[in-house]
Ligand binder design. Sequence first.
Ligand SMILES: C[C@H](O)[C@H](O)[C@H]1CNC2=NC(N)=NC(=O)C2=N1
Length: 98
Amino acid sequence: MPNAPRRLKPAELARELEALPLWALVNNGTAIARSFTFADFAAAFAFMTRVAEAAERADHHPDWSNSWNRVNITLSTHSADGLTPRDIALALEIEKLF
Ligand SMILES: C[C@H](O)[C@H](O)[C@H]1CNC2=NC(N)=NC(=O)C2=N1
């Protein structure tokens, strides 16, 4: 990765999260999470495929789970032990892919 990830300060984070109203801060504010619901498993898995491709392009990967038509996604920057602009960027891209 070209630059070491920089953890967002609480005020920066609050401003960024205004664009992600359906994402919640979790894990003591070190991650954001959202649940996505689809018509069926095929639609959920197609979404996961799109997200996986975006994550590979960004070299930034979700922590996630799937149960039939539901996909739960948690984003954090493991190397920074918290939230960085890379998490915000991936969350915004995931919203477009939904
Ligand atoms: C070597 C590779 O760049 C790192 O392991 C990347 C890969 N994907 C990652 N994804 C996330 N969410 N956090 C990271 O710190 C991270 N690090």
